[in-house]
Design a protein around this ligand. Structure first.
Ligand code: MG
Length: 158
């Protein structure tokens, strides 16, 4: 059996009055992410981790923000396309581990739904999808509520 790991990182700025999507789930928040797509920074980091494991570049390369095709797109569709690529290359996803840094709102009530949503797209059990959330103790751009950052790690195998 062959194994590969991948990691992904993404940042999006926050602005008032925009919808906030994280891990495929809409979060009740007065602010949301500025983006060409729906701004789901957690899914973007996860896509980059999968593409990293495949050594196929990044989502900006695959889905350029200069293209009208991806404007306002549901990031779950982008993730489905990346997972299809994983399968096309003969790999399957082993597990995923995601850490979201966001000052507000508290994400604890949404973690279960995010794990369910992502596990369905990844085609693996919820027990193989970890989503963790942290604040940055009011430090840095995350602490000032200017944006969020997300790290994702994945293992793929064949
Ligand atoms: Mg992004």
């Amino acid at each position: 059996m062959e194994f590969r790991i991948g990691n992904g990182y993404d940042v999006h700025a926050l602005a008032p009055g925009l919808p906030m999507w994280l891990g495929g789930v809409q979060i009740d928040s007065p602010t949301g992410f500025v983006a060409h797509s729906d701004g789901d920074v957690a899914i973007h980091a996860l896509c980059d981790a999968l593409l990293g494991a495949l050594a196929l570049g990044d989502i900006g390369h695959l889905f350029p923000d200069s293209s009208a095709e991806w404007k306002g797109i549901d990031s779950k569709i982008l993730l489905s396309k990346v997972v299809a690529l994983v399968h096309e290359k003969g790999w399957r996803v082993g597990n995923a581990d995601i850490t979201i840094a966001l000052q507000k709102p508290k994400l604890a009530p949404y973690i279960g739904s995010m794990r369910t949503c992502l596990s369905e797209i990844l085609g693996i059990g919820t027990d193989a999808v970890s989503v963790k959330a942290t604040t940055t103790e009011r430090l840095g751009f995350v602490g000032r509520e200017e944006g969020a950052e997300v790290w994702a790690s994945v293992l793929i195998l064949k």
